[in-house]
Design a binder for this molecule. Structure first.
Ligand SMILES: Cc1cc2nc3c(=O)[nH]c(=O)nc-3n(C[C@H](O)[C@H](O)[C@H](O)COP(=O)(O)OP(=O)(O)OC[C@H]3O[C@@H](n4cnc5c(N)ncnc54)[C@H](O)[C@@H]3O)c2cc1C
Length: 283
């Protein structure tokens, strides 16, 4: 691998200045995606700018209204074990805890997971049901994006060249119960074939359902959410699974792999709803 400059700013302004100072400079956090791309020759940055020592990107802040601001440089291990995130957003704690193996989770950050924007990235369906928002800082100052604005296409987000993702904002979810289910070839250290995130609040009369790895962009499945409004019971859970299957087919089309994937979509969505509502034990 060619030698390249490695810079580690300790303030946000310094990071933005360094990124703007020369072309081809690239942000790195855990490096678990970027270093693989460099080794495979898909990326060749002139210099790496490590953003993990910047205070704004670290830790979890509790906001006045019960919402959380999660630093983009938090690793999946930190997210999985943080008590405030577990209290507000257990679906995200579980999604981060399902990433790779412990060595990967100790290095890999949530910021890298979302900016890399892979369709199989495990946190994306969780962030969709949480209705998360994204804060960036760059030459034009701070910007805030909704999830629809942030993810543009597979592997492409709204984060511009020279911009740093600083925080992920997670609104409070009072009275809601959460479930995350990952389907992969192996139980551990495997990329998702399907991820399902559900947040349900029968008293509030709403549910949010999103799937990852089978759609080009993270997003909620409204027809599945509507199906649950019929009763938040086992029949509605099954109907939600069927609605999710129809939605995935309508977006992704009849591809050979769909014969295997679609039954898994309906059954995993049904199971995740049952788990979130504690209708019976789900393994
Ligand atoms: C063996 C292995 C197993 C894996 N298993 C899984 C898995 O099960 N589930 C899963 O979802 N992923 C998995 N991954 C992928 C990877 O670990 C995650 O996507 C991880 O969260 C990336 O974070 P990072 O900090 O390492 O990102 P990096 O590689 O450092 O960066 C990734 C991209 O994001 C950009 N970036 C990073 N931070 C910022 C920021 N704050 N602002 C702006 N841009 C930024 C970088 O420039 C780069 O383009 C796996 C990877 C490996 C090697």
């Amino acid at each position: 691998m060619a030698k390249r400059e490695y810079l580690k700013p300790t303030t946000l302004h310094e990071a933005v200045e360094i990124l703007a100072a020369a072309p081809g400079r690239r942000i790195v956090a855990g490096g678990t995606d970027l270093m693989v791309y460099i080794r495979e020759g898909k990326e060749a940055p002139a210099a790496l700018v490590d953003v993990t020592a910047i205070p704004e990107l670290n830790g979890v802040q509790k906001l006045g209204d019960g919402a959380l601001a999660v630093g983009a440089a938090m690793t999946h291990s930190m997210i999985g074990s943080d008590p405030d995130i577990r209290a507000v957003a257990p679906v995200l704690s579980d999604a981060s805890s399902s990433v790779g193996a412990v060595q990967i989770r100790n290095l890999a950050t949530i910021g890298g997971n979302v900016v890399n924007g892979a369709v199989a990235a495990d946190t994306l369906s969780a962030l969709a049901v949480l209705d998360a928002a994204f804060l960036t800082f760059g030459p034009e100052g701070e910007k805030r994006y909704t999830i629809e604005e942030f993810f543009l296409a597979p592997g492409k987000t709204a984060v511009g060249v020279g911009e740093v993702l600083t925080k992920i904002l997670i609104p409070a979810q009072p009275g809601a119960s959460h479930a995350f289910i990952k389907v992969a070839r192996r139980r551990a250290a495997a990329i998702s074939r399907l991820a399902v995130s559900v947040i349900a609040n029968p008293d509030g009369g709403y549910a949010r359902i999103a799937v990852g790895a089978v759609l080009p962009k993270p997003g909620r499945i409204t027809p599945a959410e509507e199906a649950l409004k019929e009763g938040f019971d086992l029949a509605a859970a099954k109907a939600a699974g069927e609605a999710a299957k129809a939605h995935v087919l309508s977006i992704s089309g009849e591809r050979p792999s769909m014969v295997y994937k679609l039954p898994v979509v309906s059954s995993a969505v049904e199971k995740a709803v049952i788990k979130a509502l504690s209708l019976r034990e789900v393994k």
